[in-house]
Design a binder for this molecule. Structure first.
Ligand code: ZN
Length: 375
């Protein structure tokens, strides 16, 4: 807000300023007359013997707000008084008096204006948000109604959500109503799976909690699709894994089995993709049935989960290490050392562990560096 008094105070010496205020306080500034030019006014100011005329623009209306810092120069350029002091020296006490009057006139309406402007902005903003939410809901409704591969608008929604989550709670509330109508409709659920995946891919933090409660409500086939897709997202986006991992525990065993088999088939060469899924989802059937195909470190993880199978598993590890030891390429020690370390850390130094270490020592007497690391 522009303060006329502060403005004029910076342009005159103190004596002039005080005299001007005194004139104003004594009530010698007339009611202004509007001039022909917009936002220009003519004041008459009574001084001891005479009346002087001050012409001034109403600066806060005549001056664009981005030029307020030039207000001082604009006063010197435009304001005038009919007194002789003004002709000789410029800004006079009459102008100071007029500016004090201007402040008095506008300061109250200023604050009123400011308040109402603020409310207005708030109202505009709120209705903008409502409009935006309506558009978002329409977008998602469209994505649910017909097959598409274009998720551009959904991505945009996901990105916007990232920045200002709290103001979008009404959107989620409305969306929940739409989604409840989708549950049980197989083909719409199928599209919902795509929407869930695409949105979580772009902005997991905002979407995951909202979608989660629908995961187990949808049809089994669609759940399988969903979890396969989510696992791939999990696999490529590695941040904050823990929270995301919980999602894979909840579905039924038969769904996990299907997801596992699908991943197994699709990523046959990329073994860790589906093995890690088995651990994450706690679907262990395949792992237990195929322990002979697993390397010692995976076996150690399984032994941790199933203490009752520990002995059986340690024997397997021991046999693998003996075999491994017989064919160890020279220099390839890191993995052996790593397995022994993990083994003793996770399962302790059992008889099978000691037996394996001793077998190793006997077999590789000359590999002093390796043997020293095993102590
Ligand atoms: Zn004057």
């Amino acid at each position: 807000m522009l303060s006329y008094q502060n403005l004029v105070k910076s342009l005159v010496d103190e004596a002039i300023y005080k005299r001007g205020l005194k004139i104003y306080l004594e009530g010698f500034v007339s009611t202004p007359r509007n001039m022909i030019l917009d936002n220009w006014r003519l004041y008459s100011v009574r001084d001891v013997h005479d009346v002087y005329f001050v012409k001034t623009p109403v600066l806060h209306l005549a001056l664009a707000s981005d030029k307020f810092d030039l207000a001082g120069s604009s006063v010197e350029e435009s304001v005038s008084c009919s007194c002789s002091y003004f002709l000789e020296y410029g800004i006079c006490k009459h102008i100071v008096a007029v500016f004090a009057d201007l402040d008095n006139e506008f300061s109250k309406s200023y604050s009123q204006n400011e308040a109402s402007t603020e409310n207005l902005m708030e109202a505009i903003f709120a209705s903008d948000t409502v409009k935006k939410h309506r558009k978002w809901l329409e977008t998602i409704d469209q994505l649910l109604s017909r097959d598409t591969t274009n998720y551009y608008y959904l991505d945009e929604i996901s990105r916007t959500l990232k920045n200002q989550e709290d103001i979008h709670q009404p959107f989620f509330k409305e969306l929940a109503k739409i989604i409840e109508g989708v549950i049980g409709d197989y083909s719409r659920e199928k599209r919902l799976v795509r929407i869930i995946s695409e949105s979580i891919l772009v902005n997991r933090d905002s979407w995951l909690d909202f979608w989660r409660e629908y995961f187990t409500a949808i049809d089994v086939d669609n759940q399988i699709r969903l979890y396969i897709s989510l696992w791939k997202i999990y696999w490529v986006t590695s941040k904050n894994k823990e929270e995301f991992l919980e999602v894979f525990i909840s579905p039924d065993q038969c769904i996990k089995e299907n997801v596992f088999n699908e991943l197994h088939g699709e990523f046959i060469e990329d073994k860790m993709v589906w093995i890690e899924y088995a651990f994450a989802s706690r679907y262990y059937d395949w792992l237990i049935d195929n322990m002979d195909r697993l390397d010692p470190k995976l076996l150690i993880r399984i032994a941790e989960i199933f203490p009752e199978k520990r002995e059986e598993i340690e024997i397997k590890i021991m046999n693998q290490i003996k075999q491994w030891s017989d064919f160890l390429p020279s220099g390839d020690y890191e993995m052996v050392v790593d397995v022994f370390k993990t083994w003793s850390q996770k399962l302790g130094k059992s008889d099978y562990y000691m037996d394996s270490i001793n077998y190793f020592r006997a077999n590789h007497r000359l590999k002093k560096k390796l043997l020293s690391q095993l102590d």
